[in-house]
Design a protein around this ligand. Structure first.
Ligand code: NAI
Ligand SMILES: O=C1O[C@H](COP(=O)(O)O)[C@@H](O)[C@H](O)[C@H]1O
Length: 247
């Protein structure tokens, strides 16, 4: 069923992947601090996610928020992730609960658990026969301050779910690249998320019923060290791509 969806960070790569598959499936409103450089299939609000007034206005009549806006750089400095990622996510949740939004899908990251990739585990971890899996029940283990900000975003979701009942799914996105998996990069191939699977996964975040979830957002790669079982069970995610098919 078509839903009214607010997509923050719409002008970025993940937004592009989502709209590539779902532009005509839902009623969209977009928010980004960068103005659009092309036509979007819905109202486009140019605003910063830390601007409470603009975010509250953008939330009016919305059923589901897909919150992508933030600094995506693994090497991002603390000032930037504190403002754009942590405060921005808090601003989104405050406005969402006040507007009676049903669900928020939060773009978390592999970097929230990057420090599980110890010297002892790698590079074996990235290879097909290694059986180590993270499944979303483990505690965060960030390897950088960007990862800390994503773990904080997941925890903000936990709080707003428990306190206000809003449905929350945190998608620990792997490595989104268009057309094919990263080349000569085993880690990136193990956590590849194709554009097609990305659109489908966020469609399931819009449509499925859930309470509070942490899932991994990768394609069905032979090499994987993230389990996609929870995404399948909780959301009905059925990925079609596999980085091994591009070897
Ligand atoms: N691309 C990937 O492989 C992965 C992305 N993610 C997460 O997904 C989200 C989107 O990432 P990408 O599309 O790759 O990044 P991107 O940089 O291509 O897009 C991010 C968008 O957010 C906007 N933005 C940033 N800060 C903002 C603010 N304070 N207010 C309003 N808009 C703001 C930017 O203008 C940009 O259009 C990020 O939260 C990132 O951490 C997580 C894991 C992997
Ligand atoms: O969270 C993110 O992860 C991806 C993949 O990480 P990388 O360390 O393999 O590059 C990254 O490309 C993206 O920019 C980031 O937001």
């Amino acid at each position: 069923m078509a839903q009214s969806v607010l997509l923050t960070g719409a002008a970025g790569r993940v937004g592009d992947a989502i709209l590539g598959g779902l532009a005509h499936e839902h009623e969209w409103r977009f928010l980004d601090r960068d103005p659009p450089t092309e036509e979007y299939p819905g109202e486009f609000v140019v605003a910063d996610v830390t601007d409470e007034t603009s975010v509250r206005d953008a939330m009016d009549g919305i059923d589901v928020v897909i919150h992508l806006a933030g600094d995506p750089r693994p090497e991002a400095p603390w000032d930037s992730v504190l403002t754009n990622n942590i405060d921005g996510t808090r601003t989104i949740y405050e406005a969402a609960v006040d507007a009676d939004v049903e669900k928020v899908a939060f773009a978390s990251s592999n970097h929230a658990v990057g420090a599980f990739e110890t010297d002892e585990r790698t590079p074996g971890l990235y290879r097909v026969h290694d059986e180590f899996r993270l499944d979303g029940t483990e505690l965060p283990r960030p390897g950088n301050l960007y990862g800390v900000s994503k773990a904080a975003g997941e925890t903000l979701g936990r709080y707003y779910h428990d306190e206000y009942g809003i449905s929350v799914v945190n998608v620990r996105i792997g490595n989104l690249t268009k057309g094919h998996p990263p080349i000569d990069y085993e880690r990136g191939q193990a956590m590849w998320l194709s554009y097609r699977d990305c659109a489908h996964l966020f469609d399931r975040c819009i449509e499925a019923d859930y309470e509070y979830e942490i899932v991994y957002g990768i394609s069905d790669n032979d090499r994987k060290y993230y389990s996609i079982d929870r995404a399948r069970e909780a959301l009905g995610y059925e990925p079609q791509d596999n980085s091994a098919e591009h070897d």
